[in-house]
Write a protein that binds this ligand. Structure first.
Ligand code: AMP
Length: 282
């Protein structure tokens, strides 16, 4: 696997690769790789001639300094995992490489309402940071396919919007959420949980499934309360949101109709760690 740290070296290499007609798949990550990331990698390898992975803990998408500072970094293990799973290239830039203009020039990409809902409401500025880094990476790498996880459902919607808005020549492929046997969605932040915490955290998946299984039987508001109770009873300290939304535009659904293409999404805190997850309903 090739490793590049600068845009100049990466661009030079990829230009030649593109000239030879190779189809490129790209997976942006923040490292601390787990099987969820690797499932994106496998999907890309199966569908493309060449797969690029980036590892960059993007400071502009963290709205809390504490969260940024304790984000897990396991770069040596990550490189071994990527090599073992046959990634072709790792882009591993420093902050200055991505933000030569510094970090005090917040971007203002017109993402519309979606950046203020749910995750955006609780993490102001988060999606501006995500859209900024992904647009910078897409410009440099210019891949044919971009792979992202359904685990970050709203993020996929934001990037889909970015691609359309900027008319970028890349196709977004969303890969389903990879879970532990317990149902807990894999996440780099799970590394920060105790073993006990990880067991308890599976309650998120139970609550999402309880919601999904009962959506046609119990009114939405009552069902939300019951699902939140499942999460809190398991030992979570707080549920930030538990919402069922239209899967196309994330507008909230108060009364479910079977023809609704819906998604139920939640964010909750356990052991001072914030976890998110979601489930498509139909
Ligand atoms: P991150 O390193 O957390 O920024 O994630 C990088 C990419 O991996 C994003 O597109 C995530 O949605 C995706 N991802 C994270 N966790 C999972 C998972 N459990 N299953 C599938 N994809 C995931």
């Amino acid at each position: 696997m090739r490793i590049f740290k600068t845009i100049k070296d990466l661009s030079g290499f990829l230009k030649n690769l593109k000239k030879s007609g190779k189809q490129i798949g790209f997976i942006p990550t923040m490292g601390a790789l787990h099987e969820g990331h690797l499932s994106l990698l496998k999907t890309s390898i199966d569908h493309n001639d060449f797969t690029v992975v980036s590892i960059f803990v993007n400071p502009t998408q963290f709205n809390s300094r504490k969260d940024f500072e304790r984000y897990p970094i396991t770069i040596e293990e990550d490189i071994l995992k990527l090599e073992l799973h046959h990634a072709d290239l790792l882009f591993l830039p420093e902050v200055d490489e991505i933000y030569p203009e510094g970090l005090n020039n917040p971007s203002n990409i017109p993402l519309g309402n979606i950046e203020n809902e749910l995750e955006g409401f609780f993490r102001p500025g988060h999606f501006q940071g995500v859209a900024t880094v992904v647009s910078k990476l897409l410009k440099v790498i210019n891949p044919d396919f971009l792979y992202m996880g359904q685990k970050d459902f709203q993020q996929c919607m934001v990037i889909d919007k970015l691609i359309q808005m900027m008319n970028l020549p890349v196709k977004l492929q969303i890969v389903s959420t990879f879970r532990e046997d317990s149902g807990l969605a894999m996440s780099s932040r799970n590394m920060l949980l105790s073993e006990e915490g990880k067991k308890k955290a599976a309650a998120i998946y139970s609550a999402l499934n309880y919601f999904k299984d009962n959506i046609t039987k119990i009114p939405v508001n009552q069902l939300k309360e019951e699902a939140i109770k499942i999460i809190l009873d398991a030992g979570f300290s707080k549920v930030e949101y538990f919402e069922v939304c239209n899967a196309q535009d994330l507008s909230k659904i108060d009364k479910f109709k079977p023809e609704n293409k819906a998604v139920v999404l939640t964010a909750a805190w356990i052991e001072s760690i914030r976890l998110i997850d979601n489930l498509l309903i139909n």
